[in-house]
Design a protein around this ligand. Structure first.
Ligand SMILES: Cc1cc2nc3c(=O)[nH]c(=O)nc-3n(C[C@H](O)[C@H](O)[C@H](O)COP(=O)(O)OP(=O)(O)OC[C@H]3O[C@@H](n4cnc5c(N)ncnc54)[C@H](O)[C@@H]3O)c2cc1C
Length: 277
């Protein structure tokens, strides 16, 4: 459980972070709560760690042009205790309260979680359901990626090697929306075995996203199609559960077999839909 030797460099601006990326086998270090364990297991052996934990421009949450902007280095703790998040995006508040323990929430960041793309992480389901945009910047300039294009596989994303996530932009839903995040958690780590995020707009358009279920978090088009625009009742919920998970590459591990995960996903989707009905 000892990482391979590495150099350490602390940077104080996004520009310095980008300039240092691409040198040697470099990796960004944010909270370190995913990267350091993976280095201890020697799954990651960077020769240079670029510490972005003290970049002021990567911290903070604000409202701007009808969106909530969460800078990438904002911790789970700061999201949990943000009044803006609690009032405008209650399911983000709810999800933050469910991540790990206090120590993990104090160090871990939303940007680190999205970049790491753990199939059991919570934030991927939230940014997908919220139709968020992920802002990234690299040596070739800025890009805005829809959350639906961001997660591409097990621990993999559309992020290029020399890019850094700077912020997550979430459109504030119009009055009258309902949102929920529910998860069946690993009792030791609290990572999601199944996590289900639902955002139901006032006009009944409904976004549904799962994490923990498959090799990467995803929007469930089948279930959304059944529910969007309709009244949610026992019949539509049953139909949505039957339509869910089509084409998903369901995980099977020590915690839950493929069959059990499928069952749990149906149960959590049903509960989430009952909550927003
Ligand atoms: C005991 C334990 C319990 C946990 N429980 C949960 C849980 O219940 N739910 C949950 O979702 N997570 C959980 N986590 C994970 C935790 O939330 C991590 O902190 C988070 O996933 C990664 O964030 P970080 O800031 O620590 O990133 P790091 O560990 O510092 O980095 C992770 C990866 O992201 C890259 N990276 C970091 N920031 C950026 C950026 N701005 N741009 C581009 N790349 C970047 C790094 O280079 C690295 O590859 C748990 C972790 C532990 C140790």
């Amino acid at each position: 459980m000892i990482p391979a030797a590495f150099e350490y460099k602390k940077v104080h601006t996004i520009e310095d972070a980008i300039a240092s990326l691409g040198q040697e086998e470099s990796k960004l270090l944010a909270g370190g709560y995913s990267l350091i364990p993976s280095m201890k297991l020697r799954l990651n052996q960077p020769s240079l760690l670029i510490d972005i934990g003290d970049i002021p421009d990567l911290k903070g949450i604000r409202e701007e042009d009808g969106e909530i902007v969460i800078n990438a280095g904002t911790t789970h703790h700061d999201i949990l205790f943000s009044d803006l998040i609690e009032n405008k995006l209650p399911f983000f508040h709810q999800a933050a309260s469910m991540i790990g323990d206090e120590q993990v929430r104090n160090r871990g960041t939303i940007g680190g979680s999205l970049a790491h793309a753990d199939p059991a992480a919570d934030w991927p389901a939230l940014v997908l359901a919220a139709d968020a945009t992920i802002e990234v910047v690299g040596s070739e300039g800025k890009r805005s990626l829809k959350a639906t294009e961001f997660f591409t596989g097990l621990f993999s994303t559309a992020l290029q090697e020399n890019e850094i996530i700077t912020a997550i932009r979430i459109p504030i839903p119009a009055e009258g929306f309902k949102s929920i995040y529910l998860k069946f958690e690993n009792p030791a780590s609290r990572f999601a075995i199944v996590g289900c995020a639902v955002l139901r707009y006032a006009d009944r358009k409904t976004n549904i996203a799962f994490t923990g279920v498959a090799d990467f978090a995803f929007r469930d088009a089948g279930a959304e199609q059944v529910i969007s625009g309709k009244i949610i009742d026992d019949a539509t919920i049953k139909e949505a559960v039957n339509a869910a998970l089509t084409g998903a590459n369901i995980l099977s591990d020590n915690f839950a077999s493929e069959e059990y995960r499928k069952h749990l996903a149906g149960v959590y989707l049903k509960r989430a839909l009952q909550e927003v009905a």
